[in-house]
Write a protein that binds this ligand. Structure first.
Ligand SMILES: *[C@@H]1O[C@H](CO)[C@@H](O)[C@H](O)[C@H]1NC(C)=O
Ligand SMILES: *[C@@H]1O[C@H](CO)[C@@H](O)[C@H](O)[C@H]1NC(C)=O
Ligand SMILES: *[C@@H]1O[C@H](CO)[C@@H](O)[C@H](O)[C@H]1NC(C)=O
Length: 244
């Protein structure tokens, strides 16, 4: 009896010792990006994964970029649900390289629910730059990179229904992922948080009780831009003075 127990315990220990490192390695590879970031920013470690393709519909994507145009030279991609992280990567750029070393830059604009964690579902035009469409799915490596659009100011967009009593705003054209969007109603003395939603809007379901607010957007690299006096008018879009 005791021997069996000891044997079982040993077995359990052995299994645990194998499973734990595997899980750690897997989690790392699955790219929970917030845990694999370099101290000051964008993911630097290349991810080994697959790329497939989809028709590509920017305005119909989960990032809800219905008033946005992709920057010149940047195409679209959908990202797996496993790394979606409440739309954290929406608007982030990815450098995707095929096995021959050919690369294309894409922006995360949608979710790919059936995708395995490390698969990118590229817009068809992006896939076509890496392989013949008949291949369907290919091996790639990819790296999250700044979009290279820091010279163009980012924009803020209020969702339909925004008011002093319901706050919902998205950031367009940020060069690196947005870490936080905060609101001040006292001229910048106190900053209140918002919560990023699955569909790429930063919200406060009670609103901030003011018709105009100051908004502070902070990028992953720690740089902030403040936009003063933003009206809580539905669908309003304003341009910031810089980027993150
Ligand atoms: C990141 O930080 C390191 C040192 O902490 C610095 O050498 C490097 O230039 C920084 N990179 C960027 C892109 O800011
Ligand atoms: C793209 O998505 C939008 C919003 O869902 C939809 O109205 C439009 O018909 C879609 N376009 C195509 C070509 O599927
Ligand atoms: C993308 O990655 C490839 C391969 O590492 C590199 O040669 C290329 O310069 C990168 N492109 C961008 C835009 O970072």
């Amino acid at each position: 009896m005791q021997r069996t127990f000891m044997f079982r315990s040993l077995g359990t220990l052995l299994v645990l010792s194998v499973v734990i490192p595997l899980n750690a390695a897997l989690l790392h590879q699955l790219g929970d990006v917030s845990t694999t970031l370099s101290p000051n920013g964008t993911l630097s470690a290349p991810v080994t994964g697959k790329a497939s393709y989809t028709g590509g519909n920017l305005s119909g994507g989960k990032c809800m970029l219905s008033t946005y145009q992709l920057p010149a030279g940047i195409l679209g991609t959908a990202l797996s649900a496993a790394v979606w992280d409440s739309s954290y990567h929406c608007g982030e750029c990815v450098n995707v390289t095929n096995s021959k070393g050919k690369s294309v830059t894409v922006m995360v604009v949608d979710i790919c629910t059936p995708c395995e964690p490390t698969r990118l579902n590229l817009f068809q035009d992006a896939f076509a730059q890496l392989a013949d469409l008949s291949k369907g799915i290919i091996d790639v490596t990819y790296t999250y990179i700044p979009c290279g659009i820091s010279g163009t100011p980012l924009r803020l967009r209020n969702k339909a229904g925004t008011s002093a009593w319901w706050f919902s705003m998205q950031v367009l054209g940020a060069d690196v992922p947005v870490q936080s969007l905060e609101v001040s109603t006292d001229g910048g003395l106190a900053w209140q948080p918002t919560a990023r939603q699955e569909y790429n809007f930063f919200e406060n379901p009670r609103g901030f009780g003011a018709d105009t607010v100051d908004v502070r957007v902070t990028g992953e690299t720690g740089k902030s831009v403040v936009v003063h006096g933003v009206s809580m008018e539905p669908n309003l879009e304003v341009t910031a003075s810089g980027n993150v």
